[in-house]
Design a protein around this ligand. Structure first.
Ligand code: ADP
Ligand code: MG
Ligand code: MG
Length: 252
């Protein structure tokens, strides 16, 4: 699904990522953890194709294609979902309009016709129930006045409707209450499938109480300092990130 090899990234001439390697197979959930400032969000932004990140070495291959050469909207059409792609409020553009446009762009790319208006409404109404959002949210401006929890529900709704192949979630929001965290987890768990992969960037171990990742990677100083299975997250919670620094200085 996604192969990252020796990825080096600079921001403002400052090296941030210093040789990231990751191999993500279909169906897998990879959690990326690490202390603040270790480069987690930089990694998700580079995968999203955000401007301002200079790749100085390495490759990223998505379904056999060079991801780094694809424009952000092309990545989305090809099935890469980035939860923070529309983090800002867009006044005057309703949620349902954006969702339909995004779905149609994906369908067009696959050579399918535009979704029938009634079928689309039926689909969205069915999915919105699952995320426990009121139907009125569909007609609100994108993220306009949404609480943190509502934004999260809306993201899960977008994922459920667009059915991406690779979902990248950067859970930077420390303000999420336990209900919102559970909802993100339930959304991810219900969307897990043998042909869909997840990269779950998280600052907080507690999210992983609800989502059992196949792999956990600890980022430190722009490198993956340690990889393991779900137990690594538990070990980290016990020992703290200082433990990872010790491993690095010991050359492990
Ligand atoms: P994390 O998400 O793990 O907390 P980030 O990827 O946000 O880490 O940041 C990694 C490092 O890159 C930090 O030292 C941060 O200060 C720096 N950085 C991130 N974005 C920028 C930017 N736009 N300009 C300068 N430095 C940046
Ligand atoms: Mg940070
Ligand atoms: Mg971050």
């Amino acid at each position: 699904m996604l192969k990252i090899e020796n990825l080096h990234v600079r921001v403002d001439d400052k090296p941030i990522l210093k040789g990231i390697n990751l191999d993500i197979k279909p169906g897998e959930v990879h959690a990326i953890m690490g202390p603040n400032g270790s480069g987690k969000s930089t990694l998700s932004h580079v995968l999203a194709g955000r401007a301002g990140y200079e790749v100085t070495a390495g490759t990223v291959t998505y379904l056999g294609r060079n991801l780094l050469e694809m424009k952000p909207e092309e990545r989305a059409r090809e099935g890469v979902f980035l939860a923070f792609q529309y983090p800002v409020e867009i006044a005057g553009v309703s949620n349902i309009y954006l969702l339909k446009a995004a779905l149609n762009a994906i369908r067009k790319h696959k050579g399918l016709s535009e979704v029938d208006a009634m079928d689309f409404l039926k689909l969205v109404k069915e999915k919105i129930k699952a995320v426990n959002l009121d139907e009125q949210f569909l007609y609100r401006g994108v993220n306009e006045g949404f609480s943190g929890g509502e934004k999260k529900r809306n993201e899960i709704l977008q994922m459920a409707v667009l059915e991406p192949s690779l979902c990248i979630l950067d859970e930077t929001d420390s303000g999420l209450d336990i209900d919102a965290l559970r909802l993100v987890a339930e959304g991810v768990n219900s969307l897990r499938s043998p042909d869909r992969s997840f990269i779950l960037v998280t600052h907080y171990q507690r999210l992983l109480n609800y989502i059992k990742p196949d792999y956990v990677h600890v980022l430190a100083h722009g490198r993956i300092a340690k990889s393991g299975d779900a137990d690594l997250a538990l070990e980290l919670e016990k020992k703290g990130y200082g433990w990872v620094d010790q491993l690095i200085s010991a050359g492990a």
